[in-house]
Design a protein around this ligand. Structure first.
Ligand SMILES: [Zn+2]
Length: 572
């Protein structure tokens, strides 16, 4: 076929026009932004451009970071303007260790956080019961060991006094010990003869042998299985409230460390309704004693189905030991307050090692709960072994908590590329930490309590989180604790192991870029850079300049997730 000369000219012209349009599209400045944040003090978290004034967003992503003038060029008629009014703008915060469903459900239950003693607890329970009458279960959480004096464990008598006929079941703040009254124990069929379950203990009166109401670790399942389960609708309602609560505190992503992989379809349902305004990285909780074929199937199916920016299921959670307060954290040497106790591992080390190795081969990431120094070493050894055997690189396995550590293990985080996922507020030096935790581990181990600075100085990467509902998900209280190592009223004066204090910038990194790295998402999240997801917050004060004692007062004014405004503090 012959080509007409005129047609050739037209084709050439069309081609040239196409090039012109294409080159315009590539220069993003000429295409308007959907949203522009102006007049901010933008702390980007990007080392190449640490500060800016403005951020432009198109769709879910950041398309410009720069001065007001530069970014304003992308403003058009439909562009939404958010005036940061000179306030600090930060990357969205990530909570690297959370139990989101449990936390969300706890919002509607008795909250015992901050109670002074047993009678204060009774007062709160009476109040709750007067608003929730009937004979149904009273559920709640948040008591701590120090509330019961030197005994450091709750007793059913305090509950029986006010609720002789109504079952009461209260989770300790750490989720490792529960407290039941006589009615709840009776419904669960717990008697003097009931044996301790594996990895758990029914605390008994030394004289009568009767259960005291304190249930350690897996012993709580005996009562928990009697508690009516919340319905699907109740769970969805709770999750909506939890997500709102998280956005209000500046969280744009959470890493779930247990209790959420069973709820993946609920998160998916929220997404289908357009109600998901928080990103979820969700670990499958793998119970001991070993990795079973049905676990593998569940893990692989979840990962296949959920692996995008909003819901990602590519991780596995292990729990190798318990907690210090109830002597269930596994130590290399006996506890200082009771030399007959050392704690013990929940996993037989060789089973744990082979489960880690098998899952590592498949490219999964691990979160291992390890609080005692022996627990921490066991996790480090298993990770090292997996890397050597599988020749895997950059897997970034994580250890969660690391409350105590042997000196020789501190440099292994940096050397092996293992992430330290820690919860600053767990080190909050109140009476629970100073009188129970520190007493149990003794002065030598306490001198390395929550050694985040030593781990970081030796090249280890830090990721911070809350462990909500163990403590509040409000990250600002955690920021202050990591910086001051003091209570909000300045105790102890010299700080609790003050050598482990971090700078505000280091702590922010632990909640942003460090957390993104720990979730294997630093290429698309964690800092404010062109091409990354538009997850950012505006806060009430410049946390990089104020006195550290005021850090916890920080309020989030605006939260943007994926370019969408999901929270804005109402002006009073
Ligand atoms: Zn946890």
């Amino acid at each position: 076929m012959k080509t007409h000369p005129f047609r050739l000219v037209l084709q050439t012209l069309a081609l040239m026009l196409g090039f012109l349009l294409l080159s315009q599209a590539q220069s993003s400045k000429t295409i308007p932004a959907d949203t522009i944040v102006l007049h901010g003090r933008v702390y980007t978290g990007n080392a190449k451009q640490p500060w800016a004034q403005a951020v432009a967003i198109r769709g879910a992503k950041i398309v410009a970071v720069g001065s007001d003038i530069e970014v304003e060029r992308m403003r058009a008629e439909g562009t939404k303007i958010i005036d940061a009014a000179g306030r600090l703008v930060l990357p969205g915060f990530v909570d690297s260790h959370i139990h989101f469903m449990d936390g969300s459900l706890s919002l509607g239950r008795v909250n015992l956080e901050g109670a002074k003693d047993a009678s204060d607890i009774q007062q709160r329970l009476r109040e709750y019961a007067s608003n929730h009458s009937g004979d149904g279960w009273i559920l709640g959480r948040g008591w701590n060991y120090a509330m019961f004096g030197p005994e450091a464990l709750p007793h059913k008598k305090y509950l029986d006094e006010i609720f002789p006929n109504r079952p009461v079941f209260l989770e300790g703040y750490d989720g490792h010990t529960y407290w039941a009254n006589s009615k709840a124990l009776a419904l669960a069929g717990i008697t003097r003869e009931t044996p301790d379950p594996p990895n758990g203990a029914i605390v008994r009166d030394p004289k009568s042998g009767e259960a005291t109401g304190a249930l350690k670790e897996s012993a709580q399942d005996l009562v928990a299985k009697m508690v009516p389960k919340p319905s699907r609708a109740e769970k969805l309602l709770a999750l909506r409230a939890g997500i709102k609560w998280a956005n209000e505190h500046g969280l744009t992503r959470v890493h779930s460390a247990g209790g959420d992989s069973e709820a993946l379809d609920l998160y998916d349902e929220l997404r289908r309704h357009g109600d998901l305004t928080l990103r979820f990285y969700i670990a499958y909780f793998l119970d001991p004693p070993r990795l079973r074929p049905q676990d593998l199937e569940a893990i692989e199916n979840a990962r296949k189905k959920f692996h995008d920016d909003w819901i990602d299921a590519g991780a596995v959670k292990f729990m190798v030991d318990g907690v210090v307060e109830s002597h269930t954290a596994a130590m290399l040497e006996p506890y200082t307050d009771d030399s007959s106790l050392k704690g013990k591992l929940f996993w037989e080390p060789s089973n744990y090692k082979s489960a880690v190795s098998e899952l590592d081969k498949r490219g999964l990431q691990f979160f291992t709960h390890a609080i005692g120094e022996y627990g921490v070493r066991t996790a480090l050894d298993a990770y090292e072994n997996a890397e050597e055997h599988n020749h895997t690189r950059d897997r970034r396995p994580r250890i969660e908590h690391i409350e105590t550590i042997a000196p020789a293990d501190i440099p292994r985080f940096g050397k092996l590329g293992i992430i330290a996922s820690m919860q600053p507020l767990h080190s909050y030096p109140d009476s629970n930490t100073l009188n129970v935790w520190a007493r149990n581990v003794g002065p030598d181990r306490a001198s390395r309590a929550w050694s985040w600075k030593s781990i970081s100085d030796a090249g280890g990467r830090l990721a911070f989180g809350s462990d909500w509902p163990v403590v509040t998900l409000n990250p600002w209280e955690g920021v202050q604790t990591a910086v001051t190592r003091q209570t909000t009223d300045g105790k102890p004066e010299a700080g609790f192991v003050p050598g482990q204090r971090l700078t505000v910038a280091q702590v922010i990194e632990g909640y942003t870029l460090g957390a993104a790295f720990a979730g294997r998402r630093e290429k698309s999240e964690g800092s404010l850079e062109v091409g990354k997801l538009a997850d950012l917050i505006v806060v009430s004060q410049n946390v990089l300049e104020i006195v550290p004692q005021k850090l916890a007062d920080t309020k989030v004014l605006t939260t943007i997730v994926g370019g969408k405004l999901v929270y804005q503090l109402e002006a009073k």
